[in-house]
Design a protein around this ligand. Sequence first.
Ligand code: NAI
Length: 306
Amino acid sequence: MSDIRFDGKVAIVTGAGGGLGRCHALELARRGAKVVVNDLGSSMDGSGGSSAAAEGVVKEIEALGGEAIANGSSVADAAGVKKVIDDTMAKWGRIDILIANAGILRDKSFSKMTQTDIDLVIDVHLRGSFMPIHAAWDIMKEQNYGRIVVTTSSTGLYGNFGQANYGAAKLGLVGMMNTLKIEGAKNNIKINAVCPVAATQMTEGLMPPAVLEQLKPEYVSPGVMNLVKEDAPTGVILSAAAGAFSIARIVETEGAFVGVGDDLTAEAVAAKWDQITDTSKTLPAFKAGGEHGQHMFAVAAGGVKA
Ligand code: NAI
């Protein structure tokens, strides 16, 4: 198996002053990439801020013999995002890899969640991924090369108490990925999502120390390297934790044709509910929204009475 290398490639990692982003940045640099280490240096709830965290990781990369620059902008701020992109282009003139990783938490049960809790989390995770990707998009198109990773979460895919804001943002990223994998295809832009579990500032105290010990953030980065390599897949959600990896997919059941016209009533749908929801019969994941429409027509056509 050949080495995965990023020589000559320029990578931006957001939120790379600590946790998972730091590990991704170090691993990219070890493998030859020039790295822009972005981090606002905030605490877990998004408060505070200092570029010291990003600068610390730049020093670590330099100590390994790598090349990196620090950027202390907020990914949730349009002017800050412009600065990340402008600094990168001024220094190295291209952007090959963008890992959108920055994040905060504002966990509360839904009735206690304030509009600020919702807005801040959507701003950092969803807009804070959308804006840098959007700003890098035309540059990647020009280059006919781009590798992008968004950072989703099991909360977005499956739910978690107290994280409605975070879950909405995290699944929103998958929605964005699903369209960008299609729009980027002809320009060799590939986009994937990582769904990690790791012991970081974000998960400190949430799990017993023995469990956290098995969840080193370093264990996620080797999977992420496979999402940004030359022959990366596109549109994949890679789950990564404790040295284990798997793929998450949204799938549909085979379904059932209920009827049309007078035959289509709420009761008729209820009568076929078991068949409609029979998850023992799921289809392969669709590659685009159009396949969903074809599926529905196929089920309807198969169900037309002679
Ligand atoms: P972390 O708190 O160690 O790292 C997040 C980094 O983002 C921090 O260094 C913080 O300063 C930075 N940041 C926050 N707001 C920013 C902003 N506006 N602009 C730039 N940087 C900003 O947490 P962790 O665990 O490393 O999280 C990384 C990503 O992984 C996040 O998107 C998180 O939601 C996601 N994730 C983490 C999981 C875990 O188990 N640790 C599980 C699922 C997803």
